[in-house]
Ligand binder design. Structure first.
Ligand code: IPM
Ligand code: MN
Length: 355
């Protein structure tokens, strides 16, 4: 029997609840498809700070590398907000991404037909949106040196090397080749030198993909266009911080940030995580939407384990669940037939996915 090892990082806030539902669904599809998944749990973020005093323990950074893929919930919370930066939960996640060299963050945005009324935008604007943000994840201003805050003056540095831009651009073009063959590269080349290098390099890489249409957009315009006419986009290629901001914005096209999955991929490792945070305000109440995490598990099956059919099962099950009117609280106002708890919606998806 095919057997896989998955590292689970539940994290903080709603992290444990949503990961439990993803595991439920993974168990259902692996059984149905005739393979087996074994899980190992690791600590990161606030949970790790509480247990061992640091956000990214060595045991986690090394341990997760033994797995075929890593499924991650969410980290952070008020409790740890006043710690020095190197002790914050977010620093733990950044260290993990860096350690695994997962430079490419794929954030697909799907608008489910059943939820066209859930967005704050008009249905005519969002119906049929199908785009993916390809965000560079381990460079740019998040990691640039030097950086300092001496209480009077503070700065960060936005750095990209040509090779960093080439490798993320290739991911975007490869992604586009499997879709509508359009890449829109987002930068701020009218102001930033780092963006000029980004733009020139993306142009060079584009020559290897003559079938793909490349356009460039300044990030301020892109933020506006995403709301004005999101259907114009297929693949959005961008750097770390612009991708962070634009993907939160893009999530609102789908109606809830609780729906959007992501895959962070490098040469060797893959980290799969919902794009949302740990939502401490609703943690432990059984009302979190686990769909983003369950959809991330589907991406993990597809990209890390090559279990395409199991991935499709999950994605169809999510659609079916929404079509049948099952909704978590965040979406309860939109054609809900039944409002479900986190664990109820997980069970419904698991059940559909196993059929
Ligand atoms: C995300 C998050 C992270 C980021 C934080 C938690 C460090 O916002 O995954 O989008 O900024 O990358
Ligand atoms: Mn973010």
């Amino acid at each position: 029997m095919r057997s896989y090892k998955i590292a689970l990082i539940k994290g903080d806030g709603i992290g444990p609840e949503i990961i439990d539902e993803a595991v439920k669904v993974l168990d259902a599809v692996s059984y149905a498809e005739g393979f087996e998944i074994k899980y190992d749990e690791f600590l990161l973020g606030g949970a790790a700070i509480d247990a061992v005093g640091e956000p990214a323990p060595k045991e986690t950074l090394e341990g997760v590398k033994q797995a075929d893929a890593i499924l991650f919930g969410a980290i952070g919370g008020d409790k740890w907000d006043n710690l020095p930066r190197d002790k914050r939960p977010e620093t733990g996640l950044l260290k993990l991404r860096k350690e695994l060299e997962v430079f490419a963050n794929l954030r697909p945005v799907t608008v489910y037909d059943e939820l066209v009324n859930a967005s704050t935008l008009k249905p005519s604007v969002i119906q049929g949106v199908d785009l993916v943000v390809v965000r560079e994840l381990i460079g740019g201003i998040y990691f640039g040196q030097p950086r300092e805050n001496n209480g009077e003056r503070a700065y960060n540095t936005m750095v990209y090397t040509k090779s960093e831009i080439v490798r993320i651009a290739k991911v975007a073009f490869e992604t586009a080749m499997k879709r509508s063959k359009r890449v829109c590269s987002v930068d701020k080349a009218n102001v930033l030198d780092v963006s000029q290098l980004w733009r020139d390099t993306v142009e060079e890489v584009a020559k290897e993909y003559p079938e793909v249409t490349l356009t460039h957009m300044y990030v301020d315009n892109a933020a506006m266009q995403l709301i004005r006419d999101p259907k114009q986009f297929d693949v959005i290629l961008t750097g770390n911080i612009f991708g962070d901001i634009l993907s939160d914005e893009a999530s609102m096209l789908s109606g809830s940030i609780g729906l959007l999955p992501s895959a962070s991929i490098g040469e060797k490792y893959g980290l799969y995580e919902p794009i949302h945070g740990s939502a401490p305000d609703i943690a432990g109440q059984g009302i979190a939407n686990p769909i983003a995490t369950i959809a991330s598990a589907a991406m993990m099956l597809r990209y890390a384990l090559n279990e395409e059919s199991a991935a499709n099962r999950i994605e169809s099950a999510i659609k079916q669940t929404l079509q049948d009117g099952y909704r978590t609280q965040d979406l309860s106002a939109f054609d809900a037939k039944e409002v479900c708890s986190t664990s109820e919606i997980g069970s419904i998806i698991a059940n559909y996915a196993s059929k």
